[in-house]
Design a binder for this molecule. Structure first.
Ligand SMILES: NC(=O)c1ccc[n+]([C@@H]2O[C@H](COP(=O)([O-])OP(=O)(O)OC[C@H]3O[C@@H](n4cnc5c(N)ncnc54)[C@H](O)[C@@H]3O)[C@@H](O)[C@H]2O)c1
Length: 267
């Protein structure tokens, strides 16, 4: 059994906890939860069967084999250090934190520990990884097209005193590197970060964000070219019923990765 702990009992933490406690993933067992707001962890634990324990971060890292971070980008350094202290593995959902200045991958590799992140709400990262492995990947662009209601309250529109709901045609509201996109549009961090990590890194990966009055749901298109040829994938995402901020595929991609890790451990 892969004994799993979850730190962060918000929307995505709840989704993963429910699937794991419900034994939807073979050979994976949810043993504990942790949140900086202990009431949230207790409330989540009490609704699950079997009921996981509520731990401090330190105790949870010690008790589990794999810790899943579903808290926030800001939480990642402390969580990563605690997991390394006990030589456990870590699955990070706040993927944007992994393209920060600290090379967490090198630190985990040096310690002999696993550091993982899910693909999230996009398809095609396997192709980017393959194209990049011998240096033949030349160009990657991620184009994120979102319905205008997704930008209500976004600082880009507030600063310019534009009502996104008043747009009558698609508007490119950001064009730059993935690193810049993560700073300017934190809502898009996970996809931009995952695409960067699979391919050309945060400075060479181009990102374009479009507010589209005709769009009904978030869509991510990856376009890449290199010595392998060209690659284009488009993923049109339904929002999660529990959490409209998150795409259904994001939670599922984390569960698929957990299933793979549990399977590898059994072998
Ligand atoms: N990679 C993906 O595809 C993907 C998908 C969904 C969410 N996410 C990321 O996962 C994270 C959580 O998303 P969410 O929608 O569940 O957020 P949320 O706000 O609903 O929940 C976050 C929870 O974490 C807790 N928390 C915050 N900081 C903490 C800390 N330092 N220690 C312990 N607990 C802490 C909060 O109290 C809260 O309960 C975000 O960073 C989000 O960007 C990634």
């Amino acid at each position: 059994m892969l004994n799993i702990g979850i730190v962060g009992c918000g929307a995505i933490g709840r989704q993963l906890a429910a699937a794991l406690a419900g034994k939807k993933i073979n050979a994976a067992c949810l043993i504990g939860l942790c949140d900086r707001d202990q009431d949230k962890a207790t409330a989540l634990a009490s609704g699950l069967k079997p009921r996981p324990k509520v731990y401090s971060l330190d105790a949870l890292a010690q008790a589990c084999d794999l810790l899943i971070e579903t808290a926030s980008m800001a939480a990642v350094p402390e969580v990563a250090k605690t997991v390394l202290k006990y030589k456990k593995d870590l699955l990070v959902l706040s993927v944007g934190a992994l393209i920060d200045t600290t090379d967490w991958f090198a630190r985990f590799a040096k310690a002999g520990c696993g550091l993982y992140h899910p693909s999230g709400a996009v398809a095609g990262l396997d192709g980017l990884r393959a194209a990049a492995v011998l240096g033949g990947l030349k160009q990657v662009t991620l184009t994120t097209r979102k319905p205008v209601f997704g930008f209500v309250g976004a600082s880009y529109f507030l600063k310019r005193k534009i009502d996104p709901l008043g747009l009558t045609r698609p508007k490119v509201i950001f064009s730059g590197s993935a690193r810049q996109a993560v700073k300017a549009f934190p809502q898009n961090i996970n996809v931009a970060a995952a695409v960067s990590l699979a391919g050309l890194g945060p400075d060479k990966t181009r990102v374009q964000i479009i507010a589209d009055p005709a769009a009904k749901r978030n869509a991510h298109t990856i376009s890449a070219r290199g010595t392998f040829g060209t690659l284009t994938t488009t993923t049109e995402n339904f929002p999660s019923e529990d959490n409209p901020k998150t795409s259904v595929l994001a939670g599922l991609s984390a569960l698929a990765l957990i299933a793979e890790l549990a399977r590898e451990r059994k072998l």
